[in-house]
Design a protein around this ligand. Structure first.
Ligand code: GDP
Ligand code: IMO
Ligand code: MG
Length: 425
């Protein structure tokens, strides 16, 4: 038995949550391995819609266990809200006993959120466009070896260590950003939320996943953000602060690399990005607006408008290479309906050359996309249920992508609902 990994191949919001939900009945354990409440994973079924932030997308199936891994950063306040909202909708995860949390997961403190906001404010126009959830500062404390882990909450010196870290944050806020903020209310919420969260089984994720493997059980590691937001291989510095790639599943759960099985890469039939940073195929025009409108491209957590553009094959090839993707999932194919022509970027014009890879300094020198025209399709595909109902032009688009990318498209998503998913290969 191996651990399969599902992750996004673009700049996030590819539809990862929906696809994890669709695949969940086939797995015994769904494990989130990185990121935090910066993620917004949308699931729709039986006329209901859920947006999950820190909680894995396998919680809606009876026989599937869920794990928040050590590589995740947890904001107890945000997680409590998420749990309460699920409970309100009839999904009490404490009662269902289907969620475990890694002791080694680091905590996002109220002051991490303040630091995130102060840093973004100070950067002005060159800001990252962070979700302001405190992700960057929390991971900085983790790698700076100052962080607090969820398991620390049960230790006698937790409050002391908390105040030591908060005093450092207050010092930075005052010195660098001249900010003095009263956060006593948030602090109270933080401790109340920790009381709730520590009622879940707090585990060593490395032992849990390896025990599952030994017992022959099936595990799916759920990625957040997207490959192009990876801290090492994304469009740095316009990235998030964790490894969103397959390697992140190893460090974020405690899995040896030779235990990785299938790597399922999810991509949209076009491309979107939220926040700042390079986006070579961006359509800052009426067509981009049409894509945004038809695809409801507004952030699942921040409500921000997503930037939109055509599919970017050099970027996708790069993401496939870094992750070892061997199965593709194409989502939002229905959104491209109605265009006479659609376009795929096959190469970039860059520094007087034509290249088919993502250049190092993509953040500084915007490559100009070389676009291939493809005939669009006019048929409504939101109700199709089998591969032989796919319109000819969409089939041609899929075959073209498979040839360019060298990986089969195994699933096709034709709408947000769980049922609007086709198996192709
Ligand atoms: P994630 O962060 O990768 O899980 O993706 P998000 O949930 O942030 O964004 C994807 C959005 O597209 C959500 O609103 C989904 O409900 C929706 N969605 C997913 N798949 C499809 C699809 O095939 N077609 C359409 N129209 N919407 C989809
Ligand atoms: P899901 O899992 C899209 C982007 C932010 C910003 C950059 C850094 O739903 O795909 P951060 O708050 O992480 O410090 O922000 O990363 N970003 C996302 N964009 N989907 C996400 O998650 C994202 N998580 C972070 O917009 O540009
Ligand atoms: Mg999202």
């Amino acid at each position: 038995m191996a651990v399969d990994v599902l992750l996004g191949l673009q700049w996030g919001d590819e539809g990862k949550g929906k696809i994890v939900d669709v695949l969940s009945p086939d797995y015994d354990l769904i494990a989130r391995f990185q990121g935090g409440p910066n993620a917004g994973h949308t699931l729709e079924f039986e006329g209901k819609k859920f947006v999950l932030n820190t909680i894995p997308s396998g919680i809606f199936f009876e026989n599937t266990m869920n794990l928040i891994g050590n590589g995740v950063v947890i904001d107890p306040v945000a997680l409590k809200k998420e749990l309460e909202s699920l409970k309100g909708a009839g999904h009490d995860l404490l009662a269902k006993k289907n969620l475990m949390i890694a002791k080694k997961a680091h905590l996002i403190l109220p002051t991490h959120r303040l630091l995130d906001a102060a840093s973004e404010k100070r950067m002005g126009d060159s800001k990252i466009g962070s979700t302001l959830k405190g992700i960057g500062p929390a991971y900085m404390d983790k790698t700076g070896r100052n962080g607090l882990r969820l398991g620390d909450f049960t230790l006698p010196d937790f409050k002391e260590r908390y105040h030591k870290l908060v005093n450092k944050h207050k010092y930075i806020l005052q010195l660098l950003y001249s900010e003095i903020i009263d956060f006593r209310e948030q602090e109270k919420e933080f401790f109340q939320a920790l009381d709730l969260i520590s009622q879940f089984p707090l585990v060593d994720s490395e032992h849990v996943v390896n025990d599952y493997l030994k017992k022959g059980k099936k595990i799916l590691a759920e990625g957040a953000q997207g490959t192009l937001l990876d801290i090492d291989f994304g469009s740095y510095p316009f990235v998030t602060s964790s490894n969103t790639t397959t390697a992140g599943a190893c460090t974020g759960l405690g899995i040896a690399p030779n235990q990785i099985g299938e790597v399922i890469g999810v991509f949209k039939a076009y491309c979107t990005r939220v926040g700042g940073g390079p986006f070579p195929t961006e359509l800052d025009n009426e067509t981009g607006e049409e894509l945004r409108f038809k695809g409801h491209e507004f952030g699942a957590i921040t409500g921000r408008s997503r930037r939109t553009g055509w599919i970017d094959l050099p970027a996708l090839k790069y993401a496939i290479m870094i992750n070892g993707v061997n199965q593709l999932v194409m989502t939002k194919a229905d959104v491209l309906r109605g265009f006479e022509q659609i376009y795929a970027c096959t190469h970039y014009h860059y520094n007087g050359e034509v290249i088919d890879y993502m250049p190092y300094d993509i953040h500084a020198i915007q490559p100009v996309p070389v676009l291939q025209e493809i005939d669009g399709w006019q048929e409504d595909i939101t109700g199709i249920t089998a591969a032989d109902q796919i319109p000819a032009n969409l089939n041609t688009y899929i075959k073209f992508l498979e040839k360019e990318l060298g990986v089969p498209v195994k699933y096709l998503s034709v709408g947000p609902d769980r049922k609007q998913t086709l198996i192709l290969n």
